[in-house]
Design a protein around this ligand. Structure first.
Ligand code: CUA
Length: 349
């Protein structure tokens, strides 16, 4: 009796934990709510294998339950030994052929899909108009270089909806992995010139969360990025907005103006470009820093958090390459003012 209770207790606790963990999924960070082409393809494959598994489970459990009840030892027959059979050709053929068929049902679509997803080059006649983005993983942030538009940005990738976008993934240091579950899926970003390719096609506008999913150092778990899908018109506006930004533009407020001077004096500008045409990518490109919802990829873009980040980058995101340049609180505050006004204006506002 006690043993039974113990088992149920374990099952109950396990069930509670499972129920609790189902709350962990964030909107737009789930392969189970596909909002793009690749994610939908993968979701269909997952559902196919789940249907097959459930079918197998039900058949096996039905036979198991039937045999358990039908052939159990009955009262008064303790010494009864049923007729002994050895081998049954028909049965053996059936339980060999069925799994082979099931494996084919799983394997054929999986192999076809794998090859389809690997075909990630723009068609030759569209090569110059296609949106091709070089994605570079770095400890611990992401850089995006739009080849045909000649603009660079970091952390937030803008794409138009209903348009196929072609990614070329690589890394500048260790292996990272670009994971965008609700739009596409996952692809490694490797160092050493080995370029991986994948495509993105978002069905609806939205902000889609992405993560690095290859352990790459101290702040691996903080190496987040966003893909922001907007309408094709808004995307064009974004591209021209990015191109129009210049490093020489003067901020409107005095503190931001002083921040701009400090940004140059303290050599921040040596690693961080503030115009989208710059090739500098030692640190994230900050051209549209004020439009980003996050600082360092993961904390809210509030002035307080920017100041904290500038004052002690290693404390916020251990192991990253940003040095502590010894800013006073006042200096950090001015630079934060400068950074937060670096914005691409939304024409609709
Ligand atoms: Cu980059 Cu983990």
């Amino acid at each position: 009796m006690k043993g039974w209770m113990g088992k149920f207790k374990a099952l109950f606790i396990f069930g509670l934990i499972a129920l609790f963990l189902t709350g962990c999924g964030e909107p737009n960070l789930s392969a189970l709510q596909p909002k793009g082409e690749g994610a939908e393809t993968l979701y269909d494959l997952m559902m196919l294998s789940i249907y097959v598994m459930v079918g197998v489970f039900l058949v096996v459990m039905t036979i198991y339950t039937f045999v358990l009840i039908r052939y159990r030892q009955k009262k008064g027959q303790e010494d009864f030994i049923p007729e002994q059979k050895e081998g049954n050709h028909l049965l053996e053929i059936v339980w060999t052929v069925i799994p082979i068929l099931l494996l084919l049902v799983l394997a054929v679509p999986t192999v076809i899909t794998t090859f389809e997803l690997a075909d990630a080059e723009p068609p030759a006649d569209q090569a110059e108009d296609a949106i091709v983005i070089q994605v570079t993983g770095k400890q611990f942030w992401w850089h995006f270089n739009y080849e045909n538009e000649e603009i660079q940005t970091s952390q937030d990738m803008y794409i138009p909806t209903d348009t196929r976008v072609y990614l070329k993934l690589r890394s500048d240091d260790v292996i990272h992995s670009f994971w965008l579950p609700s739009i596409a899926g996952k692809m490694d970003a490797n160092p050493g010139g080995n370029e991986n390719k994948m495509t993105l096609l978002a069905y609806e506008e939205g902000v889609y969360e992405g993560k690095c999913t290859e352990f790459c150092g101290d702040s691996h778990s903080l190496m987040d990025f966003k893909v922001i899908a907007v309408s094709p018109e808004e995307y064009e506006d974004w591209v021209s907005g990015m191109k129009a930004e210049s490093a020489d533009e003067k901020p409107e407020t005095t503190t931001a103006l002083e921040g701009q001077q400090l940004f140059q004096e303290k050599s921040c500008i040596g690693c961080h470009a503030v115009d989208a045409g710059s090739q500098v990518q030692t640190g994230p490109n900050l051209t549209n820093f004020g439009n980003r919802s996050k600082v360092a990829g993961f904390t809210d873009n509030t002035k307080e958090n920017v100041v904290e980040w500038l004052s002690d980058p290693q404390d916020v995101k251990p192991g990253n390459k940003m040095p502590n340049v010894g800013l006073t609180k006042e200096e950090a505050s001015k630079i934060a003012d400068y950074l937060q006004q670096l914005k691409i204006d939304d024409k609709n506002e």
